[in-house]
Ligand binder design. Structure first.
Ligand SMILES: Nc1ncnc2c1ncn2[C@@H]1O[C@H](COP(=O)(O)OP(=O)(O)OP(=O)(O)O)[C@@H](O)[C@H]1O
Length: 486
């Protein structure tokens, strides 16, 4: 059996494995050689018992079986039909004089066969069909995992602003009216749009679309679809995003970037509830709810003549403003454990244990990148096995020996997400300490760090040496030793 042109171009399906169930035969050698060029695992079984044993120990994506074996091993047919339904594709190898056996196999749902002796081109064609189907299934499975990782519709947070947001979502969801969501990048605008769709009970899908594509022509085709006339005169229809979202919701992200021509088409769609694909002669009715999002001030863009005021009016029938994370820091209490739990679960890694210092860093930071930045930080820490404080020090090239003074308010602490109460390692000062006590302790710590060199300590503390001396005098005169009496 030699490889023809098609087999030479056959991609290597290395990640798949094959079992060949075949009695002793001269034809087998050639068949195995051919399969060996495509797959890394090609196993052989000569009897039903052997095949069962092999299949028990390994997973096979494809099982090739010589139908001649069904005469001596009738139970094999039943078993193969079961494998076929559950895990493996089954390909029958049929001689001209074995058609009755093939027909019996068809009755068990095994319909795919090649004629024996096998022609390499025919074999390559069939194998490609099976393996491409498997590859598609794998990709779909990976996409679904990736999708669920990135598209949660669970909005976390108990700050007043987030509670109000939830209230708006509940009130706005059942309406068909357009919604404009305003907020900085990473604040959760898409998440809100998904929640609106989930609660709307619209039967169609939720389809996100980024308006930052370069050319108006591409956006028009992507949004409204395209009718192409082929050389033979027939017409091919490429569905646009609006058609895909029919009955559901379209989410126009960064709507401020829409070119003027598309703004006009979108306005017409919102008014007429119809779309006209590029190259089409007719308009089609459409039932899509539009949710748009922006992190720019569209009123300013209207004044600058970059955004149509009538479109802005149409898109903003209902309006939601999302506050930046720094204005709703109490959300961190739920967000940190939620994101850490989810990421650890996705990455199959154990939950980290963080200290007061880590918690204080997360709480005191301003989060310009909002929840997305928080999520990225947590993911980095989990993957690198570093705590947020360590990560911060490394990122900002701070010497790990530098003492970090963080006062942690335990009453307002972000809770641990472990089921068991965590052993919180206390690195800050207790809440009961006065500012005077904290100051003294901190100065003494820094002086100690500099081996008693008060000039170096003063420089690290950004005060003059004189100020430091004055502090020591004050403490000596007041005989204040109560700093250690906790
Ligand atoms: N309240 C929240 N609860 C849980 N996860 C959140 C919350 N807000 C945002 N996220 C998560 O933060 C990430 C960024 O959110 P999202 O993509 O919705 O932000 P966005 O405002 O649409 O960003 P951009 O403007 O850059 O498109 C996502 O992983 C999202 O799931």
């Amino acid at each position: 059996m030699s490889l023809g042109t098609e087999t030479k171009h056959l991609p290597l399906y290395h990640a798949f494995s094959v079992l060949v169930i075949h009695g002793e035969s001269d034809e087998l050698g050639g068949l195995l050689r051919t399969l060996d060029t495509w797959f890394t695992t090609v196993d052989c079984a000569e009897t039903c018992l052997q095949a069962r044993k092999q299949a028990h120990q390994n997973h096979y994506d494809l099982v090739l079986v010589d139908v001649g074996l069904f005469t001596s091993e009738p139970s094999l047919l039943e078993e193969l039909s079961h494998w076929h339904q559950n895990r493996s594709d089954v390909l029958l190898l049929v001689h001209q004089n074995e058609l009755d056996l093939a027909i019996a196999a068809f009755r068990h749902g095994l319909f795919d066969f090649v004629l024996n002796p096998v022609h390499p081109e025919q074999m390559a064609h069939t194998v490609r069909r099976f393996m491409d189907k498997r590859l598609k299934e794998r990709r779909l499975c990976a996409l679904q995992r990736d999708f669920s990782r990135h598209s949660s519709t669970q909005m976390i947070g108990q700050s007043e602003k987030t509670k109000l947001l939830r209230q708006h979502i509940e009130q706005y969801a059942p309406s068909k009216a357009s919604v404009m969501i305003e907020g900085q990048p990473g604040t959760g605008k898409e998440l809100i749009a998904r929640e609106l769709h989930e609660h709307s009970h619209r039967i169609g899908p939720f389809v996100p679309f980024s308006c930052t594509k370069s050319s108006p022509e591409t956006i028009e085709k992507d949004l409204f679809g395209e009718v192409i006339t082929l050389e033979n005169g027939s017409r091919k229809f490429n569905e646009g995003v609006f058609k895909v979202a029919n009955g559901g919701t379209i989410y126009l992200d960064e709507v401020a970037h829409l070119p003027m021509r598309i703004q006009e088409l979108l306005l017409s769609m919102l008014e007429e509830r119809t779309i006209k694909p590029v190259g089409a002669k007719y308009e089609f009715p459409i039932d899509v709810r539009v949710i748009a999002a922006t992190n720019q001030n569209l009123n300013v863009l209207v004044q600058q003549g970059k955004f149509r005021s009538d479109l802005l009016y149409r898109l903003s029938v209902l309006k939601i403003e999302v506050a930046p994370l720094k204005e709703r820091k109490t959300d961190l209490k739920e967000l940190v454990p939620f994101l850490a739990n989810r990421l650890c679960h996705d990455l199959c890694l154990p939950l980290p244990r963080w200290t007061d210092e880590d918690i204080a860093i997360i709480r005191d930071y301003e989060w310009p990148g909002n929840v997305r930045e928080l999520r990225n930080l947590i993911e980095n820490c989990i993957l690198l096995g570093k705590s947020p404080s360590e990560y911060w020090r490394n990122r900002n090239h701070i010497n790990s020996g530098t003492p970090i003074t963080v006062t942690v308010s335990h009453g307002n602490q972000i809770p641990y997400y472990d089921e068991k109460p965590a052993q919180v390692k206390q690195e800050g000062y207790p809440n009961s300490w006065t500012l005077r006590k904290v100051e003294r302790c901190h100065i003494e710590q820094v002086v100690l760090f500099h081996d008693g060199n008060k000039s170096a300590a003063a420089r690290a503390l950004a005060v003059s040496r004189k100020t430091l001396e004055r502090k020591y005098k004050e403490w000596d005169s007041s005989d204040d030793d109560s700093r250690y009496t906790e």
